[in-house]
Ligand binder design. Structure first.
Ligand SMILES: NC(=O)c1ccc[n+]([C@@H]2O[C@H](COP(=O)([O-])OP(=O)(O)OC[C@H]3O[C@@H](n4cnc5c(N)ncnc54)[C@H](OP(=O)(O)O)[C@@H]3O)[C@@H](O)[C@H]2O)c1
Length: 269
């Protein structure tokens, strides 16, 4: 049986959906009791029962300080070792993402898996196309961007989910492999052109001031600024072949996804 964690989140739900089209037995888990989902909360290690699980798709449980995320992932991997899980598929962060503020917890988790007794596959996911679009801003009807001329080799969650399903369906073919799942480069200028609006470049300092006023959690502005500066300075722009190889097709249109996400935050006309 395949168990997908974080199954009420966007990626986990998409992975379960991709598995439902394959000839496998799959279930999901979530922190809260929802429908047929198993209740598993990595913050409550006693809630983590993985009995009967052959393949665990461990969706990263980010959005917190490193010590919290690391403790969550450690608890999940410790339970997988204890309960005899055959293979763990971990959704990590693209190889080019080491400058990002949330990279450390991913690399710690990869190291923990590599040193575990488990068979594993690491999916180094690129940044989502909709995240790129949502990090653009608006000044009236003008799109604002701190990404400069930088591009992001963005990915669609649906493509990442399908790639995870391909691996989870036949895990032993992918044992000990690290896949770098990045997609088609997209720029702020392309998003503005797609939306038919002017683009204004803003400095990192201006974007940080906006984030500081946005009422975010304490760790979030620094993490988001690390995305802005990494894209702006060309650290996340390089596509790679792994995603297309796993999918057996070209990854989908990331510009459309990024543009839709930017449009969603546009001020009402
Ligand atoms: N590549 C990117 O661009 C990018 C961007 C943002 C985040 N991420 C990472 O990718 C993950 C999945 O992305 P997403 O779009 O699906 O995010 P999402 O919709 O916000 O879902 C986050 C998931 O984390 C799970 N989670 C949080 N705390 C948990 C805990 N204590 N125990 C177990 N699960 C916990 C949640 O599970 P339940 O609610 O089901 O319990 C939820 O499914 C994120 O958690 C984050 O680590 C990647």
């Amino acid at each position: 049986m395949i168990l997908v964690t974080g199954a009420s989140g966007k990626l986990g739900r998409a992975i379960l959906s991709a598995l439902s089209h394959r000839d496998v037995v799959a279930a999901g888990s979530s922190r809260a009791a929802r429908g047929s989902l198993r209740v598993i909360d990595f913050d409550e290690p006693r809630s983590i029962s993985l009995s009967g699980v052959d393949t665990l798709v461990l969706v990263s449980a980010g959005e917190a300080e490193d010590d919290v995320v690391i403790a969550r992932h450690d608890a999940a991997i410790t339970a997988a070792e204890r309960d005899g899980v055959g293979h763990v598929v971990y959704t990590s962060l693209t190889s080019a993402g080491d400058h990002l503020g949330f990279a450390l917890a991913h690399r710690w988790t990869e190291r923990r898996l590599e040193q575990s007794t488990l068979s594993w596959t690491i999916l180094r996911n690129g940044l989502y196309a909709d995240l790129f679009g949502s990090l653009l801003g608006w000044s009236g009807n003008r799109l604002t961007s701190a990404f400069g001329d930088g591009a992001l080799a963005a990915v669609r969650r649906e493509d990442l989910a399908e790639a995870a399903a391909v691996v989870a369906e036949a895990p032993h073919r992918h044992e000990g492999r690290i896949y770098d799942l990045v997609g088609t480069p997209v720029t702020a200028a392309e998003v503005a052109e797609r939306l038919g609006v002017p683009l204004v470049d803003v400095t990192l300092d201006r974007r940080r001031q906006e984030l500081d006023r946005a009422g975010l959690k304490p760790f979030q502005p620094a993490m988001l600024m690390s995305i802005h500066t990494s894209v702006r300075h060309g650290f996340l722009d390089t596509p790679g072949p792994d995603l297309g190889h796993l999918l057996g097709r070209e990854p989908g249109d990331t510009l459309a996804v990024a543009a839709a996400a930017a449009q969603a935050s546009a001020p009402a006309a």
